[in-house]
Design a protein around this ligand. Sequence first.
Ligand code: SF4
Ligand code: SF4
Length: 335
Amino acid sequence: MAEDSIAVVDLEKCQPDRCNYECANFCPPNRTGKECIITRGERFEEGEPYRGTEDQVWISEEICLGESCGICVDKCPFDAIRILNLPQELDEEPVHRYGENSFALYGLPAPQEGQVTGILGPNGIGKTTAVRVLADELAPNLGRIGDEPDWDEILDTYRGTALQGYLEAMRDGDVTVARKPQYVDRIPDQFDGETRQLLERTDERDVVDDLVQRLGIAPVVDQDIDTLSGGELQRVALAATLARDADFYFLDEITPYLDISQRMAAARLIRDLAADEGRSMLVVEHDLAILDLLADAIHIGYGSPGAFGVIPPPKSVKNGINEYLAGYLENENMR
Ligand code: SF4
Ligand code: SF4
């Protein structure tokens, strides 16, 4: 038994019709009669919902011997399996899993009232998942697939933590949020019309004209959204988000496509909104200089992209960036 390991099956890669179930046939527990690797058809009851097809495999994380075995990883001809030990310091249950044997997120950032909180870390470790949970777009399942927790259970899990108040307010509908999505190039698929129309629709604070000036997008407000460049879309998305009247703003990557002066203008806007109006900002960002300029505190996420991610408690911006650059998170004892 290896409770501190995680098994991930990539359903895009698992092709039972093109292999001989080498993973299951060579798995040591299977060879002693245990059901460590079985098909999903065997794992789930008839009518029970599950991801993948009935002939794709499911791995028992209870029975699996962990990363030190790894035989199935080596035997699978399509690299469909990952078995990874979780960090020893991680003594918590996941916030969310997308399904059995799929990505797991541990820990959530804690947005602070009137402050800018940054999240830094590699792609694929769940930063956007964390933002979607806090923006009330994704109900956290605490890793319990098929036995999803209700709000009371979720709140029990976070009682006594920095997130308790936020989650209670979220449950009671007492918190308003605005989120800027990561992929601004998808905006033209969701909105058809002039830039001005999009901005006016979100202008709950009557500030769009000021935002348009400060972000330098006045020349494009009369253009159709689908004619804008990536940099213009990024700034329009930021203006549309910041124009909303929200308690918490979740900004998923603000710098892609922007040059340095545009980045600085965006950073100043966000800072001003937090400092002058007491709004709370959570910013996922890769640009260290911008985070240094923007943030009051920073979460340094880590993990194994696509398999698991950890969002540990926040650090001071200076310490966080220094540890990130040094490649060693001191409190987490992680490289
Ligand atoms: S994980 Fe690999 S070896 Fe196992 S069934 Fe899928 S493709 Fe075959
Ligand atoms: S790593 Fe786990 S699932 Fe894979 S062969 Fe070993 S015991 Fe079986």
